[in-house]
Design a protein around this ligand. Sequence first.
Ligand code: SF4
Length: 321
Amino acid sequence: MKNLYSPCKLCQRNCGVDRLAGEVGFCGETAVLRIGAAVIHKGEEPSLVGTGGSGTIFISGCNLGCSFCQNYQISQGVEQGEERKETSLGKAVSAEDFADICIELCNMGAENINIVTGSHAIPALVEGIKAAKKKGMTLPFLWNSSGYETCDSLELLRDYIDIYLPDLKTLDSDIAEKFFNAPDYPASATTAILKMIDMTAKKSRENAREKVIIRHLILPGYLKATRAVLLWFADNAKDRALLSLMTQYTPIPNRKRAMPERYLSEDEYETVLKWLEELKIDEGFCQELVTGNDWLPDFKRHNPFSSELSVPVARLFTSQT
Ligand code: SF4
């Protein structure tokens, strides 16, 4: 499976670089799997947090690269000047290391293993999941992604992923171009999400609907785009997946990128709640209105989040490389 990195066409960016030889494409990562953090996370959807928390593993690098990404330190690196980027934060891990992290999260009481932003690292992650299962890991694996995967890449996950949490960020190509340089995102993400729904339905006939949770982050000032997402969900996925509406958009100080520069307003929030009612989307999740920067992690810290939100894996992340 590692051959898929050379030349790399794992995602729609189609870079064609030789990641096995150390080259990097848009996602900024070679074939070496790197992890930005591993924590017990209590800020995910209630059904995923349960009582023990979600065992969340943040993968370094990203194939979408949203300008407003809250995890930019590990997904894109820290900006230096206009264009230059430092390498994103993270620690190189082998499949065995990945398996050990999963076991440690399990021992800390995790309800599941939640892999965040791994679309550009699917071959390595499949090896890691296989190694974890070999060591006796029985927790469900979650795929928590931007939804910017090809169907061929998703096919590689079919036997290994139990629950999908794809974003549906926008259906507007102009917004997709402006904030993540991917005008094809709307077509790609809806195709990927329908594929996830299909794979999950075939895998587990019981509670299949609860195993695809489509996340949408409401962007302040872009409510029309949110309405389009809600309409798409109501027409295409409502009976087969759950919606999770997120209000935690946080402007990032000192980032020189195009991004909404304010939090979501109360009026905007109320409008979206009315649309949920109008479209009879009455199951799923909706965050309360968030207006502080509690959701802005700092991956330079041992615990990137507040202690209420997460507990880090102890031994692996005392320093970043
Ligand atoms: S996974 Fe990375 S290198 Fe490969 S095609 Fe996508 S962005 Fe390019």
